[in-house]
Design a protein around this ligand. Structure first.
Ligand SMILES: Cc1ncc(COP(=O)(O)O)c(C=O)c1O
Length: 385
């Protein structure tokens, strides 16, 4: 696999490249925002999709045992988890599952716990469903983010928290939570009977440490849902297929009823093929991708250190999203965003999107060919250097 290849994504209904005008961005801006990659997916996946497309009938589809086996083997090999067939429920996206969980486990005006700065749809699914956000903000300890366990427990008590949306690994701060940290989360949640919905969509992007799947917490499985998808790992987001694991049968029934109430019932026929194929054949491709992304991380870190020392890159343990601290430029967020957008002609996500604690930061997607990343860095240097 040659990740250096630059693939033209224009005219593919690509959210990043084809809809700049609709999102009030200049036509010549280079997009480094939404979390998909500018790499083609594994060749085996493309071949399996081609074969399926050749068949020519795309009727209603469902999951068979071979699909489950592909997931089972991936989770056993990568995360030491033995999935059970009846835990699996498919939704068209992880965010859809988070929104469903909010509706199942809380009532209007209840508080839902999150850790800002976090992927913005966490807040959106809470507020759009008329619940309230309670953030136990992460502590930024000199560029290393930590959970404030005292604050977390206090907020759970004070706001009668019943649902915690956990981002693991964490987008955008790039933490891969350690076993000690997850043990502590479970210990606190047990004490107050808090249900944990763990969004593990970034679990395959780990550079340091080890991702621990929440399905490893055997004695708390009745109170855990794990949301997964091959969409980030293999760049399949447009195929709208996610795998949600719900060990407790009553919880699963409630969750399924809530999903059916939306009118959604059948999995995407092509998403099904791509997901199975990726988990069956994508291991080697993923290993190469991780090495390539590590190289991109190194490039960005070294470039900023050498050329723009007042802009600090948060060292990522995982994910391909870099969390960059521009506060040392002494510019306000709007000025930073304007400079990036109209002078450097680069489209990043402003950190403020992820909660107030994202102030001063920008999120940069580095899942792209190195030559393009290098070019983007040079433009940042021209404008901020
Ligand atoms: C933490 C996290 N969860 C969920 C998603 C999106 O998932 P989906 O497209 O399956 O709704 C993203 C995409 O960036 C993400 O970063």
């Amino acid at each position: 696999m040659n990740f250096d290849d630059v693939v033209d994504r224009y005219n593919t209904n690509c959210l990043k490249f084809d809809f700049k005008k609709e999102r009030n961005k200049p036509e010549d801006i280079f997009p480094m925002w939404v979390a998909d990659m500018d790499f083609r997916c594994p060749p085996e996946v493309i071949n399996d999709l081609k074969a399926r497309v050749e068949h020519g009938i795309f009727g209603y589809s469902d999951v068979d045992i071979t699909y489950f086996r592909a997931l089972y083997s991936w989770y056993l090999t990568h995360f030491n988890v033995k999935l059970q067939r009846d835990w699996l429920f498919n939704t068209p996206g992880v965010v859809f599952a988070l929104a469903t969980a909010v509706k199942v486990f809380t009532k209007e005006n209840d508080y839902v716990l999150i850790n800002n700065p976090v992927y913005n749809p966490f807040s959106e699914v809470i507020e759009d469903n008329k619940r309230k956000i309670m953030s136990s903000d992460l502590i930024n300890n000199n560029g290393h983010y930590k959970i404030d366990f005292v604050d977390l427990e206090n907020k759970i008590k004070e706001y009668n928290i019943k649902l915690y949306l956990l981002c693991s690994p964490h987008n955008p701060v790039g933490r891969v939570w350690s076993k000690e940290e997850l043990d502590k989360i479970v210990e606190i949640c047990k004490r107050y009977n808090v249900f944990i919905v763990s969004d593990e969509i970034h679990s395959d992007f780990v550079y340091e440490g080890k991702h621990i799947c929440m399905l490893n917490y055997q004695d708390y499985l009745d109170n855990i849902i794990v949301c997964t998808s091959p969409s980030k790992t293999f760049n399949l987001a447009g195929l709208q297929t996610s795998n949600i694991f719900i060990p407790n049968q009553n919880v699963r029934n409630k969750f399924m009823k809530e999903v059916w109430a939306t009118g959604y019932s059948n999995i995407n026929a092509l998403g099904l093929v791509a997901c199975k194929s990726a988990y069956e054949h994508g291991d080697k491709w993923l290993k190469e991708l991780i090495e390539y992304l590590k190289g991109n991380v190194k490039l960005v870190e070294e470039y900023f250190r050498e050329n723009l020392p007042n802009i600090k890159v948060t060292h990522p343990e995982g994910t391909y999203l870099l969390w960059i601290d521009f506060s040392g430029t002494n510019l306000i967020d709007e000025e930073v965003t304007n400079k990036l957008t109209y002078e450097a002609k680069l489209w990043l996500n402003s950190g403020i999107k992820y909660g107030k604690s994202g102030k001063g930061f920008q999120r940069l997607n580095i899942a792209l060919p190195r030559s393009e990343l290098q070019h983007a860095l040079e433009k940042i240097k021209e404008v901020f250097g």
